[in-house]
Every structure is written in structure tokens, then in C-alpha cells.
Design a binder for this molecule. Structure first.
Ligand SMILES: [Zn+2]
Length: 233
């Protein structure tokens, strides 16, 4: 009984991304599940999600995984994921991959270890990478603050970390699930009615993705949920 009354006092669960009240048990992996090997070592971090938001990124996440694991970075976890999941997904074997590799590419530099590696990115697909990064940042933000980042938040994406990033990151909060796959340092601060945050994400111990976000005064999950349609189970 006590448990039930405690539960009933809790505010309703809302989707980490759109703020819709979630009545189902649907949860989204903060770090895409597909980036982990078949048997992940850790309990994976999840946040509540509505069905639409939960299903919205599957294809983009697969591309994100392809892009991260196709680089010969010295990460046993990335190699495992490549061998277990990515390589078998090319039904026509290596020919399919070769065709993909000579498609419309642009030069692209990825931070790796202490330097940069030159690589290619399919033109137009930087947007897909950024969509996944935005999704991860929104989920991290929800995990840290228990609040939904306003949809109108402006984000900037940097593969080449800005000069301030390493120094700032050292002072930030730390989120890590399995450091072989992902860890993140972050800072959140507000001035007046604007809230700024920076998220320094490290994938497979080598690949950095820095995202900054600027949002108007944030709304709580409760406020966002007011007047919204409740999703039915
Ligand atoms: Zn949603």
C-alpha cells in the first residue's frame, strides 16, 4: 500500500523528447542499443519515450553505427560491433560496402586518440549523424535534469572539438554507462532566461562529438505535459 501511495504522488512520466505523457512502459536507450555488442557488459541507461519518438531514429542509428565502426580505431568494442552486427548487415558482402565507400563523399576529419584521421562522409548524411547526436543529448539532458529540453533548443554539432572543449569537459559532470562504448562530460548553466549546455561525448574511447545547446527557460515535464494529449496504452 505504501508503495502505491508513493507512486501515485509521483508526477506522470513524460517522453524525454516531446514531453507527451507516457502511459506505456516504452523506454528509449540513451546511447543507441545498436552501438553495444550482443551482450553488453553494463545495465544500459534508458529514459521514458512515447512510441513515435522511440521508433523515429532506428535507421539513423544504424547509419551512425556504420559510420563509427567503419573506422579503424583501436577499440576492441567497435571491432566487435563491426564483426557481430555491421559486417553481416551488408547482404551483398564487401561489394556493397565498396559501392558505399566510393559514393558521393566529402572529406571529413575525425578526432582519434591524440590526432585526426582523414575520412569520408556521405554527402547529406552529416544531418543523419547530427539527428542521432541531438537525440542522445536530449536523452542525456532528461536523465540528468528530469526535464524535457524545449523542442526549440538550438544545437551546434562539432566533430572537431572547439578549443574550449577539453578544459571545460574536465570540470563537467560525468555520465558513463560502459566507458568502452560511451562516456560523456557535460555542463549546464543559465543566464537570464537562456540556458546553455555543452555535451562532450566520447564513443568507443576515441571518437569525440561535441554538442552545444541553447534553449529558452526550460519547462518541467509537468508543465510540458499540461494540455497535451495523453498517449493511450
Ligand atoms: Zn515522444
Amino acid at each position: 500500500m505504501e508503495q502505491m501511495s508513493a507512486a501515485s504522488r509521483k508526477p506522470p512520466k513524460v517522453c524525454y523528447r516531446c514531453g507527451l505523457v507516457v502511459t506505456t512502459k516504452t523506454r528509449e536507450h540513451v546511447v543507441p542499443r545498436c552501438l553495444y555488442p550482443d551482450e553488453p557488459a553494463a545495465n544500459l541507461l534508458t529514459v521514458p519515450a512515447c512510441r513515435d519518438c522511440n521508433n523515429a531514429f532506428a535507421r539513423d542509428e544504424e547509419y551512425f553505427r556504420l559510420f563509427l565502426t567503419a573506422h579503424w580505431i583501436p577499440s576492441p568494442a567497435a571491432r566487435t560491433v563491426w564483426e557481430q552486427k555491421v559486417r553481416p548487415s551488408f547482404e551483398r558482402g564487401w561489394d556493397g560496402l565498396r559501392k558505399l565507400a566510393v559514393a558521393d563523399m566529402r572529406d571529413f576529419y575525425l578526432p582519434s586518440g591524440t590526432g585526426f584521421v582523414r575520412t569520408g562522409l556521405l554527402k547529406g548524411d552529416a544531418a543523419r549523424m547530427d539527428r542521432v547526436a541531438e537525440k542522445i543529448v536530449r536523452a542525456l539532458y532528461y536523465h540528468v535534469t528530469d526535464k524535457v529540453m524545449p523542442p526549440e533548443a538550438k544545437m551546434n554539432f562539432h566533430w572537431r572539438p572547439p578549443a574550449w572543449a577539453p578544459d571545460t569537459a574536465r570540470r563537467g559532470g560525468l555520465i558513463t554507462v560502459d566507458p568502452a562504448i560511451f562516456l560523456c562530460r557535460y555542463i549546464i548553466g543559465s543566464r537570464g532566461s537562456v540556458e546553455r549546455s555543452a555535451w562532450w561525448m566520447l564513443f568507443y574511447e576515441s571518437l569525440m562529438y561535441v554538442v552545444t545547446a541553447e534553449a529558452p527557460a526550460r519547462l518541467t515535464g509537468d508543465e510540458r505535459a499540461e494540455g497535451r494529449v495523453v498517449e493511450c496504452a
